[in-house]
Design a protein around this ligand. Structure first.
Ligand SMILES: Cc1ncc(COP(=O)(O)O)c(C=O)c1O
Length: 380
């Protein structure tokens, strides 16, 4: 008997505790965590510096509303802007960050069309859902908002054909996460940025899954030689304390004047105190170099599965965001279940892709252990 809507397909295990890069279920069984709560717990579980930050704030103040100034919001926005020309807005989730981006883009340009890509995922509220290029997720929720259009990913011509004087924004994930860990080509993204500039459309990069160090850069866009007009964050920003953010170029500021947009909980002090520490830990040259190095090891070791396993079609990704595309969904489901039994949690993406999002704090030995288990299951 459940008291919950069946909108999630849940495993029967209940994760009741976490430490480092491991989680523990209700029976006491331990699992190496290659999921990070879907790209959230990038600093693992019970990180001492985050506990310290949260505890300190717990004894000061939890929530104040946005009726008052907030040095904490200023500090986090400043760090997220990273000496670039961005202003911040705080909310509580990824979908809300994208709602803010869509509203800002429409208001700032006075245009209505939002273009995004097939297989994209931007969230479940109406604006973000409308930007999500997956028909299956729209099913039963009609009407989707007007003036949202989808074009094939990594192909510039279809986009060129529909970007026009009414295009407010082009919205893109630089690696489509939910869609199957599909990286965008650098030259494609640079052409998208150029096209947006020529047409006066804003480039919105959804960094909700790729941002905050996941790819080995603090932001994935740093590896593409572009500067978005707007970008969105959530997931790893609070390492498990719900928080989202939208950053937009200073020139857009008049569109978000007083009363234009807001949320009660956005910029909550507990969440932002943790975010401040998360940013300080991750936005460090050595930390990010470590993510790149571990990612290269995992990618190299797993790539050889393309030759050694007839279940594996492709291995792709960047940093510690890795997809192993298998032959079909049944093979994927069987592999994920077997790994769970053996004590390793991994994710699914798209139809047939195993997605790995281990904590960025994963130790080399733990990574080797997990990669070895995956190899064992897929070669078996
Ligand atoms: C790229 C991307 N955008 C937006 C979202 C939505 O974020 P949330 O689930 O916090 O609303 C997700 C969540 O998976 C995501 O991966």
């Amino acid at each position: 008997m459940t008291h919950l809507f069946p909108n999630y397909k849940r495993e029967s295990i209940d994760l009741v505790k976490g430490f480092g890069n491991y989680v523990v279920d209700q029976t006491g069984k331990e699992y190496l965590d290659f999921t990070s709560g879907i790209g959230v717990n990038s600093l693992g579980h019970q990180h001492p510096k985050l506990i310290q930050a949260l505890e300190k704030q717990m004894h000061l103040i939890w929530h104040t509303s946005n009726l008052y100034s907030s040095k904490l919001q200023e500090d986090v926005a400043k760090k997220l802007a990273n000496n670039k020309n961005y202003l911040g807005f705080f909310c509580n989730s990824g979908t809300e960050a994208n709602e803010a981006a869509i509203k800002l883009a429409r208001k700032a340009t006075g245009r209505s069309k939002i273009i995004s890509f097939q297989q994209s995922f931007h969230g479940r509220t109406y604006g973000a859902l409308s930007a999500t290029g997956q028909e299956a997720l729209h099913e039963g929720f009609a009407p989707i908002l007007p003036d949202f259009q989808y074009v094939p990913y990594n192909e510039i011509e279809p986009l060129q054909q529909i970007v026009d004087q009414n295009t407010a924004a082009v919205m893109i994930e630089l690696i489509q996460g939910e869609g199957g860990v599909l990286p965008a080509d650098v030259s494609f993204v640079q052409q998208v940025a150029k096209l947006c500039k020529e047409q006066g459309a804003l480039l919105v990069v959804d960094e909700i899954q790729t941002g905050i160090g996941r790819t080995g850069n603090f932001y994935a866009f740093e590896g593409y030689g572009i500067e978005p007009d707007i970008f969105t964050l959530a997931k790893a920003l609070g390492n498990g304390i719900p928080v989202g953010a939208m950053l937009g170029k200073k020139e857009l500021k008049d569109a978000f004047g007083p009363g234009s947009h807001g949320t009660t909980f956005g910029g909550n002090k507990l969440a932002l105190r943790v975010a401040l520490s998360v940013i300080d830990i991750i936005n460090d040259e050595n930390f990010l170099a470590g993510v790149k190095k571990k990612g290269e090891y995992a990618m190299k070791s797993l790539s050889s599965l393309k030759d050694s396993s007839d279940k594996v079609l492709d291995v792709r990704g960047q940093g510690l965001m890795i997809g192993i595309q298998l032959t079909d969904a049944d093979t994927l489901n069987a592999a994920v279940s077997e790994l769970q039994k053996k004590g390793l949690l991994v994710l699914k993406a798209g139809n047939n892709t195993m997605r790995l999002l281990p904590p960025l704090t994963i130790e080399q030995g733990e990574l080797e252990k997990g990669v070895g288990m995956i190899r064992g299951v897929l070669e078996g």
